[in-house]
Design a protein around this ligand. Structure first.
Ligand code: SAM
Length: 167
């Protein structure tokens, strides 16, 4: 993982907490050995502009896969829907209780789909509109422009029929 993206070095103020929220002392936070495989281009430059959850009728966004992973995209065009995993790199990571947007009741982090979590992984189901080389044009994302890409998988539902179990 790019050490430049560690939370401590992100532009997140330590005092950006709402009443009732609780953080833990997590000074020993370590990075896992994840590899960013690309970058996502969206129309959204700030978190406030992003949709809460992506919609399949949302704007087309670009999932740009780094050249070294080109061959891993072979056959991807067969799938109309994909699951995209991404690293919500501007999120703080130390809240155990937090208030959802427009809600004053603190809730446990794992009961929310908030970007604020120990490992800020986002997951969206998107429609694949087209592919050009190593760029996938998709609808259904909700992340900031420049969000690092972690993984791409065919939509899980396509693997749940008996005929598909061999995949
Ligand atoms: N769809 C994903 C999920 O369910 O795992 C993410 C949902 S999360 C609620 C989406 C929100 O995360 C956006 O509305 C925006 O406020 C925030 N966000 C988007 N990109 C981000 C990034 N790169 N770093 C931190 N926060 C981000």
């Amino acid at each position: 993982m790019d050490p430049r993206l560690r939370r401590k070095e992100c532009a997140v103020a330590d005092d950006d907490m709402r009443p009732g929220e609780r953080a833990i002392d997590w000074s020993e936070v370590k990075d896992a050995s994840l590899e960013f495989i690309g970058e996502i281009r969206t129309p959204w430059m700030s978190r406030a502009e992003c949709p809460r959850q992506g919609m399949l009728d949302g704007p087309i966004c670009e999932v740009r896969v780094f050249e070294r992973w080109r061959d891993a995209l072979q056959d991807i065009d067969q799938f109309p829907r994909l699951e995209i995993l991404y690293w919500l790199h501007q999120a703080r990571r130390d809240l155990v209780l937090q208030c959802a947007r427009h809600d004053t009741t603190p809730r446990g982090t794992f009961s929310l789909r908030s970007p604020v979590r120990p490992n800020p992984i986002g997951l969206s189901c998107v429609s694949l509109e087209r592919r050009e080389g190593t760029t996938l044009f998709v609808r259904g994302l909700d992340c900031l422009n420049g969000t690092p890409l972690l993984d791409i998988k065919p939509e899980r539902a396509l693997f749940e029929t008996p005929a598909a179990r061999i995949r």
